[in-house]
Design a binder for this molecule. Sequence first.
Ligand code: SAM
Length: 291
Amino acid sequence: MDNLSIEDRSPDNPTLEPGLYIVATPIGNLGDMTRRAVEVLGAVAAIACEDTRVTGKLMAHLGIRKPLRRYDDHADVSARDALIAQMRTEPVALVSDAGTPLISDPGYRLVRAAQAEGIMVTSLPGPSALITALTLAGLPTDRFLFGGFLPGKDKARGDVLRELAGVPATLVFYDTGPRLADTLDAMAELLPRREIAVARELTKLFEECRRGSASELAAHYREHPPRGEIVVLAGPQGEAPKPDEAAIDAALYEALARLPVAKAAKEVARATGLDRKDLYVRALALQSDPA
Ligand code: SAM
């Protein structure tokens, strides 16, 4: 049992206790580095990181020179053992390329291994895209489920979305620009009654957050392929905005001009997430009453 008080671990005390210090770093805006993070990184004996070049740049910006040790949870066990051995006698920090270590980033196995050895482990809170996006999206935050990165392949992504479709909470996923429109199409089909938000380039110059139905957002991002880093959120079921009836009729008319009724209804159902049978009935009515 570790009896140290917060003050004993304070970076104002330049001699840090041996152990593992998990340190969050900015997700884009270097001004988000906390004072405590700077002080701890300045006082540790070594820094374990994902990519020594990325962390090297941050350290150069901070004017801190420390040995950087590349670490990922799948690295060979000897790299982990060497860090554990060092933590027994010296303070060692763990950082990731950006944000909070262990959140879709390495560190979980290192933390477990250190704790199993009775080594002091502490975590300095700071930026994470997950929490930043959640606070910005305007979706309910009382319950949320973080789904990490959705798989890139259609079938695997569909399986995950089907598995989570009934969860009564806001769902949060990390995503990438090239995948975003496909992710939103899959959400239109499989999470039709959830309001969606896309948060992009958080804390950076071109920060953006858009909210709407999955099909509206898919259309937007197909037209404007997004750059940069992305978080996609799906509010709890029942939060979807009311469909715009005129826009749905227009989509049905457009599809009816090319397709038989059943296929037109199916196409619009896919694009809007609305019920295919309801759309079929509406398409029949529109067909007998052309605009
Ligand atoms: N550990 C990090 C954290 O705490 O946010 C996340 C690491 S994960 C490998 C990287 C993903 O986080 C990106 O692909 C993106 O989905 C999300 N992300 C990171 N920075 C972001 C930002 N500034 N804006 C939006 N999403 C971001």
